[in-house]
Write a protein that binds this ligand. Structure first.
Ligand SMILES: [Zn+2]
Length: 138
């Protein structure tokens, strides 16, 4: 029974374990990628939620207009284009599966994109597209 509970905990842990609490400034994360993601949320908070500004949104939009979706060396272009809430609208579903909720309803938008881009860059600002770096630096 203990083994079963432990297994259940491991199987259900990752999505719940990864979070950033902007009130206490505490990060909980289970993998390196998720740690960078949560650190991205922390950075965003420290920069007064720069991901919610018109400037960030407009740089994302102009980046999408100029980047090459077919350039296999540029992971950021396709990633941003496919990100829920950016080009793909969030869709309300009547009977949501976990996937629907995660993909369309409960996840996405510029704050999540900000954190995801930081994780994609392994927390290294220089890895980000040049025009986006300004939002991650002091
Ligand atoms: Zn997040």
């Amino acid at each position: 029974m203990i083994l079963f509970s432990g297994l259940t905990a491991i199987l259900t842990m990752p999505p719940q374990m990864n979070r950033y609490n902007p009130v206490t400034d505490a990060i909980a994360c289970s993998t390196e990628f998720y740690c960078w993601h949560e650190k991205g949320h922390q950075l965003d908070r420290n920069y007064r939620f720069v991901s919610t500004t018109k400037e960030f949104k407009s740089v994302i939009q102009s980046y999408l207009e100029t980047c090459d979706l077919y350039d296999l060396h540029n992971t950021y272009c396709g990633y941003i284009a496919m990100f829920p809430g950016i080009l793909i609208p969030k869709v309300k579903c009547e009977y949501c599966t976990i996937f629907d909720t995660a993909y369309y309803g409960g996840w996405g938008g510029y704050s999540e994109l900000y954190a995801e881009l930081y994780a994609l860059a392994d927390g290294t600002i220089e890895n980000l597209p040049l025009e986006l770096q300004q939002f991650y630096e002091n």
